[in-house]
Design a protein around this ligand. Structure first.
Ligand code: ADE
Length: 255
């Protein structure tokens, strides 16, 4: 009997959900330098640790303890960055900030999309009939839910910074592709009801979700993910990146 109780206790300990360090710093992650620059300019950085070739900037921003990181482009670097923020810096929550392609008919360039949930749009089977999307293991129908309280906080900050008409909340689709195709935009709308597409959010989301760390993704649209996307991205990318970072700073004031 004693052995049984010990075994049950051991099992309970192993299967208990991992919880975020409540008092840890807030991890703020981006893919590119222009998405981090405004945050770095406004932060007081006290230390920088380089792990896996990536710089983790430790300091304060808007009165909050933060770790700021430009993790790199795409799902692999994003997942590695999120795991490092959690395992090395014990972050209490993760905010992803950056730019994206607008997928919703209503999401225009410079609009903000805050994640309610994310999907990996390029995960699935390559068949003789072409690509067939599949729900990534460990998710509910492939959707990774963002933390509702953080989403609300981010959305309210977005409304404060850009106004209600330019702030949206909804699904963000992530894949290792820069989308510049009207037909693929239609596919993302029809399949996932997505409002934005980008290349990192769901990777951060899945890692954070599995560790029990609250997260949200905030994106400002640099383009419409259509045939003009590359030009639009080049023209509006830096300003869009700053807009998203401004929303993060407004959000930090409320946390
Ligand atoms: N980031 C900004 N625009 C994008 C697009 N059109 N596709 C993927 N990622 C993006």
């Amino acid at each position: 009997m004693k052995k049984l109780i010990i075994a049950a206790l051991a099992l309970a300990a192993f299967s208990a959900p991992l919880m975020a360090a409540e008092n840890g710093p807030i991890g703020i992650i981006t893919a590119m330098s222009n998405e981090l620059s405004l945050l770095l300019e406004n932060a007081e950085i006290t230390d920088t640790e380089t792990i896996g070739g990536v710089d983790y900037n430790i300091g304060t921003l808007e009165g909050q303890d933060v770790v700021l990181v430009k993790a790199g482009i795409g799902k692999i670097m994003a997942a590695a960055g999120a795991a490092t923020l959690i395992n090395e810096f014990d972050v209490s929550s993760i905010i992803f900030t950056g730019i994206a392609g607008g997928v919703g008919d209503e999401t225009e360039v410079m609009d903000i999309v805050v994640s309610t949930d994310l999907v990996v749009h390029d995960y699935g089977d390559m068949t003789n009939d072409g690509f067939v999307w599949d729900a990534i293991a460990g998710t509910d129908n492939g959707r990774i839910p963002a933390d509702p309280a953080l989403s609300d906080l981010a959305y309210n900050a977005a409304v404060e910074v850009v106004g209600e008409d330019s702030a949206f909340k909804g699904n963000i689709a992530t894949g290792d592709q820069f989308v510049a195709s009207e037909s693929y935009v239609k596919y993302l709308q029809d399949s996932f009801n997505s409002l934005a597409c980008e290349m990192e959010g769901a990777a951060v989301a899945l890692v954070a979700y599995n560790y029990g760390v609250p997260f949200v993704v905030i994106r400002c649209m640099s383009d419409k993910a259509d045939g003009l996307a590359h030009d639009s991205y080049a023209n509006f990318g830096d300003t869009a990146a700053d807009n998203s970072a401004s929303i993060v700073m407004t959000m930090l004031q409320e946390m």
